[in-house]
Write a protein that binds this ligand. Structure first.
Ligand SMILES: [Zn+2]
Length: 264
């Protein structure tokens, strides 16, 4: 306290002395009257507080900058995490792009748990509800029931009741809706990311239109028996980079990743 009082005394004395000089009066003891030296004194005090306020203002700014720096640092950490995640996501997209068939999925599976949402853009489910269909004809060579010859079947046939709802197996864009009575009948082709396309054949009705963007598992139409068909069923194809591949490996893809994440 004594130190503070001494400091105050000295400082005030110095200010007063200096103020006296400025005021042109060297020996004034009268502090209670308004004199030029007192005016100078109060100007000094005013300036001191002004400086203090200005200093606080800038100091405050410095504090805010430091604070926002720490926020920025946090942001950068999360940003770098998201960049890292984006790298994984891009890598996954790249691998999906290179994928030739679903038998090559093993090298992707460890990454899928990090970005399961990528499966929304890749055919990774069955287009019908599980309880609604029976796999009546797999992909591959088979004896054609109508053509009576051994022929490769480029899709899978899912036998289901007429008007059973069909759902897109991934998000994408409806690129073609055609009716071919000598082939797949009324069918829809959807283009997805990473070089995938899906075809839904022998449909009874279509609920989407050409050029429409659709989400994963959106309702696209109903099972029928249009075109060359022996009964109501869905002929489902997955086309990868222009080649029709076996879709069987894609049926449980999303479901398995979901189970894996649920058990983590
Ligand atoms: Zn078929």
């Amino acid at each position: 306290m004594a130190l503070w009082n001494n400091l105050k005394k000295t400082t005030l004395g110095w200010i007063k002395g200096y103020a006296s000089k400025i005021g042109g009066v060297t020996n004034s003891k009268d502090e209670n009257h308004f004199t030029p030296q007192n005016a100078a004194y109060w100007i000094f005090v005013g300036l001191f507080f002004l400086c203090f306020a200005v200093n606080r203002f800038f100091y405050g700014n410095v504090q805010r900058t430091e604070h926002s720096d720490s926020l920025t640092q946090h942001f950068q950490i999360s940003e770098s995490t998201s960049i890292r995640n984006n790298v994984v996501y891009l890598k996954l997209g790249q691998l999906f792009g290179q994928l030739e068939n679903f038998q090559q999925m093993e090298r992707l599976e460890s990454f899928l748990a990090l970005h399961p949402e990528i499966l929304d853009s890749v055919p990774s489910a069955v287009p019908l509800f599980r309880e609604h269909y029976v796999l009546s004809s797999p992909y591959g060579k088979r004896y054609h029931p109508i053509h009576k010859i051994s022929k490769k079947h480029f899709g899978v046939d899912l036998a289901a009741a007429k008007d059973t709802p069909i759902y897109a197996t991934a998000a994408g864009r409806v690129t073609s809706i055609e009716n071919n009575p000598k082939g797949h009948g009324l069918h829809v082709i959807i283009s997805h990311a990473h070089g995938f396309q899906t075809l839904y054949g022998h449909m009874e009705s279509v609920a989407v239109s050409e050029g429409e963007n659709i989400g994963a598992h959106d309702f696209i139409g109903a099972v029928g028996s249009t075109g060359i068909s022996t009964g109501p069923h869905l002929h489902y194809e997955i086309i990868k980079n222009g080649k029709r591949i076996d879709p069987t490996g894609s049926f449980n893809l999303k479901y398995e990743v979901y189970l894996k994440l649920k058990n983590l």
